[in-house]
Design a protein around this ligand. Structure first.
Ligand code: XLS
Ligand code: MG
Length: 412
């Protein structure tokens, strides 16, 4: 049965003031406007950074009081806290990095702040604790051995994970990947693939299985590199490294992080493929919006419209996934793209899985093999037909569009 996903949003998005490096804030909306907008739009969860709620040097008492106030406020709008995250990038003390800084004093500050946040995450009942390492990298000075920097970064996170495990906290810790910005060149473990391999290297003990995962932000953090997020998503799903939530928004490819409203500037096809793959893989998670109204939006009405649009856009994608799943033309095309393997190919694969008998299996395959010329004769036109049909579904022209398939083997 098709299970639509639920929604969450970063509390920081609700109070974002529309400033950019070249322009001052354009709006000043109280968080209540955003929370009310969430309730109206059907967003059930909200997440916070420590620094969204108190100053970094706040007293323990102040923090406790703010935690209580925040939980009460969120409850008033029928929402719950979903994620908590520690801000290791805004304070000027982190200008040389945080957990990865070459200065041990800075690494100490990062550990103190992050472990304090691990406690708060538990107090708030957060389901996940996010680590976005925006400053864990290099602006180009290459201030330290980059391998050592990576080790420091991931071992810093490990300290926090162990701290939480010893305290008996049961939330998941996630690394949010993004290569650029605010550092100009690169962050450690800045892509889904690099974080995935770093986690597997530094957390080999089975006690960490499923406890430290990756939360990507699609399409922003991948499209900003000019890449297509669905390839990274496939890897994270296949490797069981995807967190139970993704961040979602809009991004103009090959630009710095835009965090535009969903769909704005993005590839509709890539967004659809993300939604489709998550559903195809029966991923059980939550869509957390990490994006904001455009700078031109200044009033409460615009903020609420942004929230309704965000939910509506994702629901539109899910509607398209449903149409795609039930489309007779797609099903004919897909049948060609998911053919059964020959007995010989199956034997090769099973030998690889067993770890023995590969040579014998490849020899049998070679014997049954016809010729490269014969393989070249295979008809692969289904691939282009698939792209056309997806475009028709996405643009709502699939009924009239079916006519281009008439007289072809994919005709319904
Ligand atoms: C920045 C990130 C950040 C995280 C939480 O690009 O998206 O907002 O989601 O620190
Ligand atoms: Mg994010």
């Amino acid at each position: 049965m098709f299970q639509p996903y639920q929604f969450s949003i970063g509390g920081w998005c609700l109070v974002s003031e529309g400033s950019d490096p070249f322009g001052e804030p354009t709006r000043d909306l109280p968080v209540e406007v955003g929370l009310e907008g969430c309730a109206e739009a059907g967003i059930k969860f909200v997440s916070f950074h420590d620094r969204d709620l108190w100053d970094d040097d706040a007293s323990e008492k102040k923090i406790e009081q703010k935690v209580e106030e925040t939980l009460d406020l969120v409850k008033q709008y029928d929402l719950s806290v979903y994620n908590f995250t520690t801000n290791l990038f805004s304070n000027t003390c982190f200008r040389s990095g945080a957990l990865s800084s070459p200065f041990p004093q800075v690494r100490e500050a990062a550990i103190v702040k992050a472990c304090r946040s691990m406690d708060v995450a538990a107090l708030m009942g957060a389901k996940n604790m996010i680590f976005w390492g925006g400053r864990e990298g290099s602006d180009g000075a290459y201030e330290q051995d980059t391998g050592l920097g990576l080790k420091r970064y991931i071992e810093g996170i490990k300290i926090c994970v162990d701290y939480a495990l010893e305290k008996g906290y049961d939330y998941i810790v996630t690394i949010e990947t993004k290569v650029y910005e605010p550092r100009l060149l690169a962050s450690y473990a800045g892509t889904g693939s690099s974080a995935s391999s770093a986690i597997r290297k530094f957390f080999p003990d089975p006690k960490y299985n499923g406890r430290i995962l990756i939360n990507p932000e699609y399409p922003q953090h991948v499209a900003m590199l000019g890449l297509d997020p669905v390839f990274e998503l496939g890897q994270l799903l296949e490797e069981d490294m995807l967190a139970p939530f993704i961040h979602f928004g809009g991004q103009i490819p090959a630009r710095m992080d835009c965090d535009l409203p969903p769909g704005v500037g993005s590839s509709l096809t890539a967004d659809f493929m993300i939604c489709n793959l998550l559903h195809e893989r029966n991923w059980d998670g939550i869509i957390e919006f990490d994006c904001r109204p455009m700078r031109t939006t200044t009033a409460a009405e615009g903020m609420k419209l942004f929230l309704k649009h965000s939910v509506g856009y994702w629901k539109m994608l899910e509607k398209k996934v449903n149409i795609y799943d039930n489309d007779p033309i797609i099903s004919k095309i897909k049948a060609e793209l998911t053919q059964t393997e020959s007995a010989e190919l199956k034997s090769v694969m099973s030998a690889v899985h067993k770890g023995t008998g590969v040579v014998k299996a490849v020899q049998a395959l070679t014997k049954s093999f016809t010729s490269f010329e014969a393989i070249s004769e295979i008809n692969t036109d289904a691939i282009e037909a698939h792209i056309y049909r997806v475009l028709q579904i996405l643009t709502g022209t699939y009924e009239e569009g079916a006519s281009i398939f008439e007289g072809t083997r994919w005709s319904a």
